[in-house]
Design a protein around this ligand. Structure first.
Ligand SMILES: Cc1cc2nc3c(=O)[nH]c(=O)nc-3n(C[C@H](O)[C@H](O)[C@H](O)COP(=O)(O)OP(=O)(O)OC[C@H]3O[C@@H](n4cnc5c(N)ncnc54)[C@H](O)[C@@H]3O)c2cc1C
Length: 393
């Protein structure tokens, strides 16, 4: 039975770290390729960002999703290829549904394809390192339910890292930040507007969350001041600022003073109760030990070929869901399928040298180019997807 021997040889023991959308689709694609899969998830349930978690300024939570958040793309654009995100009776049938609806979709997806039983919940991965000379991976994890945590150590042929890029708050460096004694928090722990009732709030950041949260705060706060890097008022803020007399736009913060004054680069100032930083997230993989082969700084992890494979550790180490500007589920699916098929031997990767050269080429172009807007990023991502295995293969 040569076929059976072949498929046995190409079947790997794979550990997926994280049971968010990236981890779930990875598990599904790995199963389809005949691999044996274990998913380790630190939380008590699956869903990643879409598992809503209450939070206060001190809580350590994974999800950054706030209570009123609705998905920012039509539901059909968020589904995986063979599992439609159609409205379910009695649930949120809107085209841009609330976060819980996406969570329920992911639960249904996992149940439908037998993924839930592969997940070990409350299991935080604390170490992923090479087991030399076998070229396998040692994965150490901690059971979060026990006091101090019980540790387990396992060996896998391959590890897929799917821990998401939106959980470690990135804060700007502002003169006087240390001395400013009032409330400063990051939107990672923002959930509802009520605690900001009658306050003067400065929201820092003009990307997606900043304006969205500012427009929510406007209904309860005394004043909302939104500060962005722009020299002129960004187009998306023109109408809201005209509509709400107590919503103001400012340039960047120049200085924070001990008495609560916030001084902006345009010379204006305000005495505020709270500063809410909507200033993005940093990459963080505290469990990863690659002996310096992979570098992680706040904006970048590399070298990674097509955001997925580190050349000298490929294909036994891979990443799904790294791009943090634009994530669409079909992109995660293409990455997952590619990894599963490379691990089974169905697809081949170029040599490590060739992968490295391709990465350097992309980096050279990036350095020469202007910063990109969202449409350009989406187009670029679609281009990358086109080079990965098609969603029907
Ligand atoms: C506020 C906000 C709004 C967003 N809105 C949209 C939107 O409208 N549309 C859209 O497409 N995307 C949106 N996103 C992007 C969102 O992150 C992705 O949709 C998706 O959740 C990414 O999936 P992921 O699995 O890569 O990461 P995550 O969803 O972050 O999942 C990662 C999982 O890994 C687990 N994990 C982390 N570290 C460990 C560890 N050491 N051990 C074990 N488990 C671990 C986490 O607990 C989590 O379950 C939004 C993100 C944020 C923050």
């Amino acid at each position: 039975m040569p076929m059976a021997v072949d498929s046995l040889q190409s079947s790997k023991q794979v550990c997926v770290v994280g049971a968010g959308p990236s981890g779930l689709i990875s598990a599904r694609e790995l199963l389809k390729e005949g691999h044996s899969v274990v998913v380790l998830e630190q939380n008590h349930d699956l869903g990643g960002q879409w598992l809503y978690q209450d939070a206060d300024a001190t809580a350590t939570v994974h999800s950054s999703v706030y209570a009123s958040l609705r998905v920012n793309a039509p539901r059909t654009s968020m589904e995986f290829t063979d599992f439609m995100f159609t409205p379910v009776e009695g649930r949120d049938a809107r085209n841009f549904p609330c976060h819980r609806e996406l969570f329920l979709y992911l639960k249904d997806f996992a149940r439908c394809f037998g993924l839930t039983e592969l997940i070990r919940f409350n299991t935080e991965v604390v170490h992923v390192g090479l087991a030399t000379p076998t070229h396998k991976w040692i994965v150490r994890s901690r059971d979060r339910r026990t006091d101090g945590g019980e540790f387990a150590e396992e060996i896998f042929d391959a590890v897929v890292v799917a821990t998401g890029p939106f959980s470690l708050p990135r804060l700007p460096k502002i003169r006087g930040m240390e001395e400013w004694k009032r409330k400063q928090l990051h939107c990672h722990v923002y959930r509802i507007p009520d605690p900001f009732q009658d306050e003067v709030v400065v929201v820092v950041g003009g990307s997606i969350s900043g304006p969205e949260i500012a427009l929510e705060l406007v209904h309860v706060a005394k004043e909302v001041h939104i500060s962005t890097k722009n020299v002129e008022i960004p187009e998306k803020l023109v109408k809201p600022v005209a509509k709400h007399a107590h919503l103001h736009w400012h340039q960047e913060i120049e200085l924070l003073c001990e008495d609560g004054t916030v001084v902006f680069a345009d010379g204006s100032s305000v005495v505020a109760d709270t500063i809410l930083y909507c200033t993005g997230y940093s990459y963080s993989f505290p469990f990863l030990d690659t002996k310096g082969i992979i570098h992680v700084d706040e904006n970048r992890i590399g070298p990674l070929y097509e955001h997925t494979f580190p050349p000298s550790l490929a294909p036994s180490l891979s990443f799904v869901g790294i791009p943090n500007k634009f994530i669409i589920f079909r992109f995660l699916e293409s990455q997952a399928r590619w990894i599963a098929q490379v691990l089974s031997g169905k697809r081949k990767l170029p040599s490590a040298d060739e992968l490295m050269k391709a990465i350097e080429e992309v980096e050279r172009h990036q350095k020469l180019e202007e910063p990109k807007n969202f449409i350009q990023l989406a187009a670029e991502l679609l281009e990358v997807m086109a080079s990965l295995p098609s969603n029907n293969s």
